[in-house]
Ligand binder design. Sequence first.
Ligand code: SAM
Length: 356
Amino acid sequence: MNYIGSKLSLLEFLEESINKVVDKNCDTFCDLFAGTGIVGSYFKRKGYKIIANDIQYYSYVLNRHYIGNHKELSFLKLTKELSDLKNIEVKNRKKFVCDYLSNLKGVKGFIYKNYCLGGTKDKEEPRQYFSDENGMRCDAIRQKIENWKEKNLISDDEYYFLITSLVESIDKYANTASVYGAFLKKLKRTAQNNLILKPAELIINDQDHEVFNEDINTVAGKIAGDILYLDPPYNQRQYATNYHMLETIAKYDNPEIHGKTGLREYQNQKSLYCSRTQVKKAFKDLILKAKAKYIFLSYNNEGLMTLDDIKEIMSLRGKYGNFTKEYNRFKADKSENRNYTANKTTEYLHYVVCNN
Ligand SMILES: C[S@@+](CC[C@H](N)C(=O)[O-])C[C@H]1O[C@@H](n2cnc3c(N)ncnc32)[C@H](O)[C@@H]1O
């Protein structure tokens, strides 16, 4: 997923830098601002036990699947409803179930009625986040997944796999420049294609992992690990508003929405790490309560906290250091078509070797 602050292109830099600092006896890696789960997934593949957390529910879902799921999904109970599943080899069942869902007839549910032109054209705020067809497909798929869960036809692991597949897939058909803070006036090309549910990748290994959906300053007091990796928001852009659509598809809770973009209520997901006046206090509290041997922090040179702020706070726990890398930042320009222009920024990986 194209996610603000994704570390997809920095994974090797992170690993190489972390390996220069940590000792050989580390086996737990905590990724507590987990976002897409790409960092945790990478270190899960390297054999670590992962503890993941994020305040957004869609992110919890992604991490609950990419991190939490680590055994093959057999869809055993679903054979009651999809009898052909019995004839499918277990490793191919994920795709079979996704294909079945992709072929459902669309229905006019919450997404169609509130975020597609067909459902909103006569309302005060017409919206076009998806084509009518994709809004209806999304509703049909989401309702079927919930219905299977209510009828106890799928396990929790299977449920999170399916919702992850939907969140990842629908994002590719969104009629937006990149995030959900606004939609485009005309349906762009990729938004015109019909939604196909692509099975999310399953990373199989024999470790048990833990996944939370809480404010980091709460979780940090409850868990302990060898390596704590922190990747907070760098600026004032709240994830709750930029990804509200994915939150609503993941939760599918018929929220009250308002305004041009159909925003859901997000007071309890407002991040202190996006507030110029509160970020330092929250970060200091986090660093002081974290239970880890090593703490790493990704941040760039344009973030709300200065390098001196970070150094001062992290040094409270022990010996501080950092690594840097030039990075191509993608920025949406203000023109109608929102072409992307790349410009450079310096990405930092700060660390502290904790004294206790
Ligand atoms: C820079 S992104 C992380 C990106 C992630 N490393 C990746 O590569 O996908 C920051 C994440 O922190 C989450 N977040 C912001 N404030 C939070 C808080 N107080 N507690 C937990 N998560 C928070 C956001 O929802 C967002 O997913």
